[in-house]
Design a protein around this ligand. Structure first.
Ligand code: PMV
Length: 323
């Protein structure tokens, strides 16, 4: 019997970041990380297994993919086939709601969607924890796009211990992520390659040494809805991760001139009484974190900055689910 399953899965933004792995193959992180799911940056994926197919067929954003890109997806499908004890090839169709080349990470939403869609198409009925572990092996931070809302991904020495769970649902706190998509300086080094360089930064050890404390402090600020404390920690954390990136060998510079222009604006707005903070992933786009009541104003202000190509307002969203 053929069964086509379609899944919606969000991208997520981390306030405490995952940068550096203790196990490359299993994608076990060196430290726990904290994130929210994004309501307006997402992937929709359909999967159908078919015994008449001789090979997996993968279509991403209307393009038939092959080579390295396809191999990573086939490898993930192989894991799922092995778990289910089947051999059938699959037809995968995946669409992102954001244009390619904007530097918005698609692997988190993509692998979260693929994990749920493929396992459901094989009627495996995995629980949230198992799904999060499966998504993690596909693409690290994808495990955080499985549970709803405010999420913690726990570090652990074993695969079974390292999964993401929902700390709070969507209604806990009205925080928004207003993303400023900017011009790309050049195609950056992928996060998969970047993680492998952490040990070469002289600052990595001191970063890791403070991680447990940071995770504890930010969780307290989220629980108490203390936006100033929350913002102070997440902004310092983004700078800390980029300091490690910039000082690894070879160095990783993800920022473009626009990135710094926005950072300085956010600080200026804050001094003027508009409470906003920034965080940045492995790319030049800036995520401006604010309270819901200020989101519209922040969006308008970001649109006036030279080099900002697009602005995407996100609320806290659900995790991956069938549609
Ligand atoms: O999941 P990966 O391998 O794409 O790594 C994610 C890396 C960052 O986006 C920079 C940080 C994070 O925790 O999302």
């Amino acid at each position: 019997m053929k069964k086509k399953v379609t899944v919606w899965a969000p991208a997520n933004i981390a306030f405490i970041k995952f940068w550096g792995k203790r196990d490359e193959e299993l994608r076990l992180p060196m430290n726990s990380s904290i994130s929210i799911n994004l309501s307006n940056v997402f992937t929709i994926t359909s999967v159908e297994f078919d015994e008449n197919l001789t090979d997996d067929e993968v279509n991403l954003d209307g393009r038939v993919v092959s080579g390295k890109e396809k191999n990573r997806i086939t490898k993930h499908l192989d894991r799922i086939r092995k778990m289910a004890g089947v051999n059938k090839r699959a037809k995968v169709e995946s669409k992102n709601n954001f244009p390619a080349g904007t530097g918005m990470a698609s692997s988190a939403s993509g692998f979260a969607a693929l994990s749920l869609a493929a396992s459901s198409a094989l009627e495996m009925r995995l629980g949230e924890r198992e799904l999060s572990i499966l998504a993690r092996v596909g693409s690290g931070s994808a495990c955080r796009s499985i549970p709803d809302g405010w999420v913690e991904w726990q570090e652990a020495k074993t695969s079974n211990g390292s999964y993401a769970y929902s700390m709070y649902g969507l209604k806990h706190w009205g925080v928004c992520d207003v993303v400023a998509v900017v011009e790309r300086a050049k195609k950056g080094v992928s996060s998969t390659e970047g993680h492998a360089l952490v040990e070469s930064s002289p600052f990595y050890k001191s970063r890791i040494a403070r991680m447990k404390e940071k995770v504890r402090d930010i969780k307290k600020s989220i629980k108490e809805k203390n936006f100033s404390k929350f913002g102070e920690i997440l902004e310092a954390e983004a700078i800390n991760m980029h300091a490690v990136m910039m000082t690894s060998d070879p160095e990783l510079i993800y920022w473009s001139p626009e990135t710094l222009r926005i950072i300085l604006k956010v600080k200026e707005w804050r001094e003027g009484g508009l409470e906003t903070y920034f965080t940045i992933d492995a790319g030049p786009n800036v995520h401006v974190i604010c309270l819901e009541r200020d989101a519209h104003k922040v969006e308008k202000l970001l649109r006036t900055i030279r080099g900002v190509r697009m602005v995407i307002v996100n609320r806290v969203a659900q995790g991956a689910h069938l549609v």
